[in-house]
Design a protein around this ligand. Structure first.
Ligand code: NI
Length: 268
């Protein structure tokens, strides 16, 4: 596990931007609009809820860096469970980790996932680089399609493995943009596609969190038998509002996150 936060997040970012050229371009556009660094609100990671690689195994990397458990979230239709983690240092990005509840999926999907996870070496999960280690397996294209028909989440994870599913810009900390809607206007003017599922802006001031995201880039993946261009990762934007006590809301809104997951949908 990494002993310092900056190194871990730099490694995650470098791995993520390599398959998310849109994020790198948007980061550069926003960076050029102000004379201070872009701050991350959170990153998101995905996994399967099997013993070897479950949510807690990913979370251990962050707990070791001083993170603490925040809220937890259920996504019944997508068969997902998630928790978020925060650091006492308020400038640290939050971490949103979800896991697919494999036992709720078809026996066919369970069989495929068992086979993939069995190929992850036991000691890989605690290694420094696990959170951006990609796949420890190689699926064939038909298997990817089979997973996709049942769970977009499972298919994405089978194709891309362990890496940041997205980074999220902290809109509160931008110098020249005040709202998620303004960011969406910028994105569209620059030719990016905004995720419209549930509306371009998900959440509200009343929910204390507004979010939007691009649709995932499409990148080539080498499957076992062929290469194919499929959705990779996307960039998200979040603005937080104060709670009654005046401090900014630090949780997540399940109804909004549910729609954000669809940013990697292959149908686009
Ligand atoms: Ni997110």
């Amino acid at each position: 596990m990494h002993s310092d936060r900056d190194t871990l997040f730099r490694c995650l970012w470098d791995n993520y931007r390599a398959v998310t050229p849109s994020a790198e371009r948007i980061h550069r556009i926003l960076g050029a609009s102000q004379d201070r660094a872009i701050v991350n609100d959170h990153i998101a990671l995905r996994t399967f809820n099997l013993e070897k690689v479950g949510l807690d195994k990913l979370a251990a990397h962050f707990l070791a860096l001083g993170y603490r458990e925040g809220g937890d979230y259920h996504f019944e239709a997508k068969k997902l469970y998630a928790k978020h983690y925060e650091h006492p240092d308020p400038t640290a990005a939050k971490v949103f980790i979800s896991e697919l509840r494999v036992e709720r999926c078809s026996p066919q999907l369970q069989g495929i996932v068992d086979e993939l996870v069995a190929q992850v070496p036991d000691d890989a999960v605690t290694a420094d680089d696990f959170l951006y280690s990609g796949t420890h397996w190689r699926v064939d294209y038909a298997t990817y399609q089979q997973l996709l028909a049942e769970s977009e989440y499972a298919a994405w994870l089978a194709a891309w493995g362990y890496r940041a599913n997205h980074f999220t810009v902290n809109v509160n900390q931008l110098a020249n943009y005040d709202s998620v809607a303004q960011i969406n206007d910028l994105l569209k003017a620059e030719g990016f596609t905004v995720n419209e599922s549930g509306g371009e802006v998900k959440g509200s001031p009343a929910a204390m969190l507004e979010q939007s995201s691009t649709m995932a880039d499409r990148m080539e993946v080498a499957f076992r038998d062929r290469t194919a261009v499929i959705p990779s990762s996307f960039y998200e934007f979040a603005k937080r509002y104060p709670k009654p006590d005046g401090s900014l809301y630090s949780g997540f809104v399940a109804a909004s996150a549910d729609k954000i997951f669809e940013s990697t949908d292959a149908g686009m």
